[in-house]
Design a protein around this ligand. Structure first.
Ligand code: FE2
Ligand code: FE2
Length: 217
């Protein structure tokens, strides 16, 4: 039962991420066009292309788990992305930068959650790719957070809490795996290899009676 619930949550999360990437790509097209600085325009366009790459990758994972995008989410995110792109034309410089950073902060967590749910479902083959996308979202968040922080309005509108350092994303996943019941043996080889030193230095974790909740999600 738990497995099937995790599977449903995993698929739903993938569908949300897939459509969210469409919204992001549409929004960033408008955002890139709205800034005057060529470096900012170039970087936002680069981020947009990374969102489209994420969408393609998540789409492949969805297909691999025998699911497909949700048409309602697609329509909803298309509208949101288009709306944000239009707002960027009139919203000045600060608010689009601030809003993008705030959304990117959520995207990091979304891919971390997807990696954990995928692992719980036995789809550990996707973990590395999902964590890689979380790391790229981390870079996006950092760019927009620093941009927003550089503006005088950041004193009026407090910034969100910054994420943990980038390398904490994989360490956090490793801790999650270790906390799961007999879970370490099911961890992907790449994660086991990466973690060999840190795991060796930590005391053994007692086996929980049941699986814990999705940590840090
Ligand atoms: Fe993305
Ligand atoms: Fe992003």
């Amino acid at each position: 039962m738990r497995h099937s619930t995790d599977r449903q949550r995993f698929v739903r999360l993938l569908q949300r991420a897939y459509s969210g990437e469409l919204g992001a790509a549409l929004a960033y097209r408008g955002h890139a066009a709205s800034v005057r600085d060529p470096d900012e325009r170039r970087r936002i366009a680069e981020i947009r292309s990374e969102e489209l790459d994420h969408r393609a990758r998540v789409g492949r994972i969805l297909a691999a788990v025998n699911s497909q995008p949700d048409r309602r989410l697609e329509l909803c995110n298309r509208c949101i992305g288009t709306g944000i792109a239009l707002f960027c034309r009139v919203g000045g410089w600060f608010l689009p930068m601030y809003g993008a950073g705030w959304i990117e902060r959520r995207n990091i967590v979304e891919y971390e959650r997807a990696a954990r749910l995928g692992w719980l479902c036995g789809d550990s083959a996707f973990v590395d790719e999902l964590l890689d996308m979380a790391e790229i979202e981390w870079e996006h968040e950092r760019y927009f957070r620093l941009k927003a922080a550089s503006h005088r309005c950041s004193g009026l509108l407090p910034l969100w809490r910054a994420p943990e350092p980038r390398n904490e994303l994989r360490r956090s996943f490793e801790r999650f795996v270790r906390e799961q019941q007999g879970g370490w043996d099911r961890a992907p080889r790449a994660v086991r290899k990466l973690s060999a030193s840190t795991i060796g230095s930590l005391p053994p974790t007692p086996r929980p009676a049941t699986r814990g909740p999705i940590a840090g999600g």
